[in-house]
Structure formats: structure tokens, C-alpha cells
Design a protein around this ligand. Structure first.
Ligand SMILES: [Zn+2]
Length: 403
């Protein structure tokens, strides 16, 4: 394992190596194998390093059949025998912080609540562990974070080394190693012993503050999302800016924000209720006005109204109010706009079926619709102006009431 420079010194950022093999993957991506490397290949929940080899971009690093393939953005010039490597340190150090932070948080949950970690994922924004427990409470999360950060701030040494089976048998491991040879144990002094092939800083202090963000039940376990170090600092800044903006918008201090938002929601509900009441009054007034303008024909009060772009539910309400005011009323409403809409309604004393009247009118606007004898509605796209339409509808109505 001496060819894996990151095992013995995870702080190596640049290195020289000999080219052993150049090849290309099935999709044509060129790759290179070196006699030694500081590039960490994807594995154990930790994403790979990126960087450059002889100035060529290393886009992905994977272990295939015990060799490390450095996948490149373009192939090396033919005959290249040596490579100067440089890894993206910002990315690697972030991975070291998140990965070592995971060791500590997992150990904290195990020590405090016997909650064993059965899954780990180091994502671009968040890190998650899956705990084999029924639930995680807020109190548990607070305690685990407190213990984890205490271990961080005590700046304990983190030691990674290969051990033989005799020594391995004596160590208080939380989980058995996944491999049977070349077993590497990562020790956080006096706190945790864990078989691991990843990269970790030398001291826990370098991990920086650990913070849990969220947790949720997931396939019989609880998935806990958290961040460490630089991510925690960036998240704090981001959240602080959002809170400051909200505070300005609501003229409220940070601590009073939840109350301010609750007050706003209550006010909005009250405003909505008041608006609804006002709309109902308006509709009532409009219905009276429309009925005052109605004509009396054959003992019926006929109100034929042309409206401009009124929503259908609004038209239906208006028609209902109009016929409620007078049992002998017939309301014929036509609304123009992108769509022509019709609503017909009758008062209780009228026997003329509105759905039949609608059926006759719909072909005039190339429309569709339906309803019952008391009320019918439909819409279409073609047809004459609302005024002409009403004239034609009234004519067909008149043939029915004046034989
Ligand atoms: Zn590890």
C-alpha cells in the first residue's frame, strides 16, 4: 500500500510519479495508472480527489482491480513516462473535515444512545449517516452535537495505521472491518477506533464545528444530515444573511421573527375574510342593479347582461343572486374575452328549462357546456359579439314563452 501516498500522509498536495499504463474507458475517457499517487479514489463513502496530472485535468479517480485509474479530460502525449500531480486541496480538505467529523458524530451517537451507524454519504452540500434506531429526538441531536464538538475542541490526535490480526483482536472496534487484509484503523485518541481507508486530518481541531441540520425516518433507520468545518461556517453566514433580510422586511429582531410571521399570517386571514365579505356585498348590489334593468315579457323578468371577461364562478354567483331576488326572473349572462362564456339561470316560478336553452345557444359559439333545468353554463371560442349573441338567445327564448 506504499503506492497510496494519502494513506501515510493525507497532507501531500503535489507529487511526482512514473506512468505505468495509459488506457481508455469504454466510453472513450482516457485514464492513466501511476506507480504511486496522492489522489484518493472514490470509496468508503468519500468522493474522489480531483486536480491535475502534468497540467491535464483529472476529472475522476476510481479503483479498478486494485489499481487507481486517474480519468483525464484529455490523454497524455504519447511516450510520456513521468507525471507531476497536484490535487485540488480545497476539495480534499473539505472531504477530510466531513469524513473525520462523521467518525466523531457516529461515535457520539453510539456512545450516548447505542445508535449504530449503518450508512454514510458525503454529498456536495450535506453529509448523512443512517442510524439503526427507532427515532432521534431534538434532545438526542443536541447531546450528540455537544459531545462531538467537545471532542473536536479538545483537539485530540487522529491516528491512521495498518494493524496485524493480533493487535486488531485487542481493539474495541465499533464495527468489524470490511476487508480481511491490509486493515487500517483510524483512532481518535481515547474516543473511537474504526477501520477506515479514507483521509483524515491529524488533529480533531482541524475538523471545525460540527452541526446537525435535520433528520428523518428512512427505511427503518433514521437519516441524520450534518455539516462540519468550512461548511458549517458558510451555512452560518448564509442563514445569518437570510435572517437579516427577513428582519429588515418585517421590522423585527431575529428572536421575534417567528411571532412576526405568525402575526402576518393572522392578518392575512382576516384581510381575506374581509375581502370576501366585501365581494359578496358588491355582487349583491350588482345583482339588484341588473334586475332593475330587466325587461318584463309575458309575466317574466328577463335580464340579458353582456359582461367583459368575468370568471365563470363569478358569473354563476351573480346569476344565482339575480334569480334569488325575483322568482319570475330569467338571467342570461354572456361574458366576452379570450373565451365566450354563457350562464343561464331561472327563478323558482319559471318552468323554462335552462339546459335546453343552452343547448340551442352553444352551436352559435362553437361551444360545450351543460347543467340542469334551473341553471346551465357553457363556453366556446367562436361566435358573434355578446350583444348580438344575447339578441339571438332572447329570440329563441321568446318563441318559447310567447307561442
Ligand atoms: Zn474515515
Amino acid at each position: 500500500m506504499k503506492d497510496r501516498l494519502y494513506y501515510t500522509d493525507p497532507y501531500i498536495q503535489t507529487f511526482e510519479a512514473n506512468v505505468i499504463y495509459q488506457g481508455s474507458e469504454e466510453d472513450g475517457t482516457p485514464y492513466i495508472v501511476l506507480d504511486r499517487t496522492a489522489f484518493y479514489p472514490t470509496g468508503g463513502g468519500q468522493p474522489c480527489d480531483t486536480g491535475t496530472l502534468n497540467g491535464i485535468e483529472v476529472i475522476q479517480v476510481e479503483e479498478v482491480d486494485s489499481t487507481v485509474r486517474h480519468r483525464l479530460s484529455r490523454p497524455f502525449p504519447p511516450g510520456t513516462t513521468t507525471a507531476a500531480g497536484s490535487i485540488d486541496w480545497q476539495r480534499r480538505f473539505d472531504h477530510m473535515q466531513q469524513h473525520a467529523g462523521q467518525h466523531i458524530l457516529s461515535a457520539a451517537f453510539a456512545e450516548l444512545f447505542d445508535a449504530q451507524t449503518v450508512g454514510f454519504h458525503l454529498g456536495r452540500e450535506r453529509v448523512t449517516i443512517d442510524l439503526a434506531v427507532e427515532e432521534v429526538t431534538e434532545e438526542m441531536a443536541v447531546q450528540a452535537v455537544e459531545l462531538a464538538n467537545r471532542i473536536v475542541f479538545e483537539n485530540r490526535p487522529i491516528i491512521a495505521r495498518f494493524v496485524d490480526p493480533v493487535e486488531l483482536a485487542r481493539l474495541p472496534l465499533r464495527k468489524p472491518p470490511a476487508v480481511t487484509e491490509n486493515i487500517r484503523i483510524v483512532t481518535i485518541e481515547g474516543f473511537d477506533y474504526n477501520p477506515c481507508g479514507g483521509t483524515h486530518p491529524k488533529q480533531t481541531g482541524e475538523i471545525g464545528p460540527i452541526q446537525i441540520l435535520d433528520w428523518e425516518r428512512m427505511k427503518g433507520n433514521v437519516r441524520v444530515a450534518f455539516i462540519c468545518g468550512g461548511r458549517t461556517a458558510r451555512e452560518l453566514w448564509h442563514k445569518h444573511r437570510v435572517l437579516k433580510q427577513l428582519g429588515r422586511l418585517l421590522s423585527s429582531s431575529e428572536a421575534e421573527l417567528p411571532d412576526a410571521v405568525a402575526r402576518l399570517q393572522l392578518e392575512r386571514k382576516e384581510t381575506e375574510r374581509a375581502l370576501q365579505e366585501a365581494n359578496q356585498k358588491l355582487l349583491e348590489a350588482e345583482a339588484r342593479e341588473r334586475m332593475r334593468e330587466a325587461e318584463t315579457i309575458g309575466g317574466l323578468r328577463l335580464a340579458a347582461v353582456a359582461l367583459a371577461e368575468r370568471p365563470l364562478p363569478d358569473m354563476q354567483k351573480l346569476a344565482q343572486r339575480m334569480v334569488a331576488l325575483d322568482p319570475t326572473a330569467i338571467a342570461l349572462l354572456v361574458s366576452s374575452g379570450p373565451k365566450t362564456q354563457l350562464v343561464f339561470a331561472r327563478g323558482e316560478a319559471v318552468s323554462l328549462p335552462m339546459n335546453e336553452l343552452l343547448r340551442e345557444a352553444l352551436p352559435l359559439i362553437d361551444g360545450k357546456g351543460g347543467g340542469n333545468p334551473a341553471m346551465a353554463q357553457g363556453g366556446g371560442t367562436g361566435g358573434p359579439s355578446p350583444e348580438d349573441l344575447l339578441t339571438q338567445i332572447k329570440e329563441s327564448l321568446l318563441t318559447r314563452i310567447t307561442p
